[in-house]
Design a protein around this ligand. Structure first.
Ligand code: PAN
Ligand code: ZN
Length: 195
């Protein structure tokens, strides 16, 4: 791994970085239990294990002081009436933040804290989103035609905790209603214990 400064390009139209170390492809089969409409999920999966999103990462040591960075691309589509989205996670070290800069497309970042606070911010080309420490985050692509492409950067020691979200999802869901995005309560979600 290089210990000297380096640079690379992230260019339209596809925004795949000219340098990367890991290419993660998340398919429908890796999202079992995440979409509210389980029947729609099962039907879709029986036809095709659709590619939902991709991440290009530059490898850096996973230690404090380093910055992990790369590109995430959420493809357009829906499972039932719920838009394609990332799994979403807390950082294992809760007190670590993240910055997302949207390069292309439109969406929402759905966020919440362990105390049950919830927030949703719009993602659009040219917008920068700051996700403070303690906020779990999931990106959702609401444009039916276009990829949602974002640059992200977060502390090297952050780590990923997917378990909490896998168990109960996020408090809010982004669905399509009458041809438009709508934010609704997740009926499967329960207030964290003791909060
Ligand atoms: C991002 C995410 C990326 C994919 O790099 O990892 O958007 O989302 P999931 O990790 O939830 O599948 C990030 O937030 N890193 O911390
Ligand atoms: Zn993160």
């Amino acid at each position: 791994m290089r210990e000297v400064p380096f640079s690379f390009e992230i260019q339209a139209p596809d925004y795949v970085p000219t340098e990367y170390d890991n290419h993660i492809q998340r398919k429908l089969s890796s999202m079992r239990g995440q979409y509210l409409n389980q029947d729609a999920y099962g039907d879709m999966l029986s036809r095709d294990d659709v590619l939902l999103y991709q991440v290009y990462e530059l490898k850096r040591p996973e230690i404090e002081g380093e910055l992990l960075h790369g590109i995430s691309i959420v493809h357009p589509g829906k499972v039932g009436n719920e838009y394609f989205m990332t799994k979403g996670h807390y950082h294992t070290i809760l007190e670590t933040a993240e910055v997302y800069f949207t390069l292309k497309g439109q969406g929402y970042m759905v966020m919440e804290t362990p105390e049950g606070d919830s927030a949703i911010e719009e993602l659009a080309k040219g917008k920068l989103l700051y996700v403070p420490p303690r906020w779990a985050h999931r990106s959702v692509n609401i444009n039916p035609e276009e990829d949602l492409v974002m640059f992200f950067v977060y502390p090297g020691n952050a780590g990923h905790d997917y378990g909490t979200i896998e168990t109960q999802g996020f408090k809010k869901l982004v669905i399509e209603k009458d041809g438009k995005p709508d934010i609704v309560d997740n009926p499967r979600w329960t207030q964290p214990e003791g909060k």
